[in-house]
Write a protein that binds this ligand. Structure first.
Ligand code: SF4
Length: 286
């Protein structure tokens, strides 16, 4: 049985008291511990982050970690995965990070169906820079850069990922750590691009706990079929990130299809190649 203390680091946690990031960290720690108990060594995990409050999560986990740059987590972990397919790579990004600065990278990672996992800490505000609106802030959001209210409608990342070709699409909530842990484990076990949008209240600049506690409900076998693209789209559109509608959380969509690695290597890279075996690749191509 993995002791979660093994995942502790010496870093002092500097998130604000009450931040939703604590719930995400708890869920990730539990998921890693259980995946380790089920046979995946902790040294096989590589966790990368972007820029923002979320990014500090890599300081608080005693596995292989990497600070990427703003919006560039998908290409960074795609490179890691392609260089060593035996690794389990998980990328953390914020909503400004993934849906603003780096949205093209997220879309193309989904389109390729590369076998990586993206967990988005979606607090719907730029927390680290003290409260500007982001791509998922609701219309009328009043913050540092929009004192009279944002005039823009938010994007719906669930809908965006479904239409981009992601083969695993889910939404979690930072205060529902048990469900989030299960979603993270399912994402890691899924072969292909996995995406989890996590509703993460920013206690300091956009405190959404009461709203999410009241509005969220869980997707189950009784109310949803995650193999149906059409049903997934209907569920995705139930809450467009700014209304008072109920908010589904859980797995919207999961299907099997060829991964980028499988398509890329077919007929090009020797099947017996091992990570780092550059000589074999060069001999094959030159
Ligand atoms: Fe968390 Fe918001 Fe504080 Fe950042 S500013 S640590 S997101 S509560």
């Amino acid at each position: 049985m993995t002791k979660l203390k093994e995942l502790d680091t010496y870093a002092q946690n500097t998130w604000c008291p009450g931040c939703g990031n604590f719930g995400i960290l708890t869920a990730v720690r539990k998921a890693l511990g259980e995946l380790r108990d089920e046979g995946t060594d902790l040294h096989k995990f590589v966790i990368a982050s972007g820029i923002g409050c979320h990014a500090k999560i890599v300081d608080y986990l005693n596995v292989n970690t990497f600070y990427s740059i703003h919006g560039r987590v998908p290409p960074a972990i795609s490179g890691i995965k392609l260089a060593n397919p035996n690794l389990v790579v998980i990328g953390h990004a914020g909503d400004g990070d993934a849906y603003g600065e780096g949205v093209a990278h997220l879309i193309f990672a989904a389109k390729r169906n590369i076998n990586i996992n993206m967990i988005i800490h979606n607090n719907r505000v730029y927390g680290l820079t003290t409260g500007q609106f982001t791509p998922t802030s609701p219309t009328g959001f009043k913050g540092r850069s929009t004192p009279k209210g944002s005039p823009e409608e938010p994007i719906n990342p669930i809908e965006l990922m479904l239409s981009s070709g992601a083969s695993f699409v889910a939404r979690g909530y930072a205060a529902r750590t048990g469900l989030l842990k299960e979603l993270i484990k399912a994402a890691v076990k899924h072969k292909g691009f996995s995406f989890i949008d996590v509703l993460q209240p920013c206690h300091t600049f956009f405190n959404t706990y009461d709203f999410y506690n009241e509005k969220t409900y869980e997707l189950t076998e009784e109310n949803h079929d995650p193999t149906s693209y059409e049903q997934a789209m209907v569920k995705a559109r139930e809450w467009p990130y700014e209304t008072e509608e109920k908010i589904p959380i859980g797995t919207f969509y999961q299907v099997e299809k060829p991964t980028y690695e499988e398509r890329l290597s077919k007929g090009r890279i020797p099947a017996n190649m091992t990570p780092g075996d550059i000589k074999t690749v060069l001999e094959h191509h030159l």
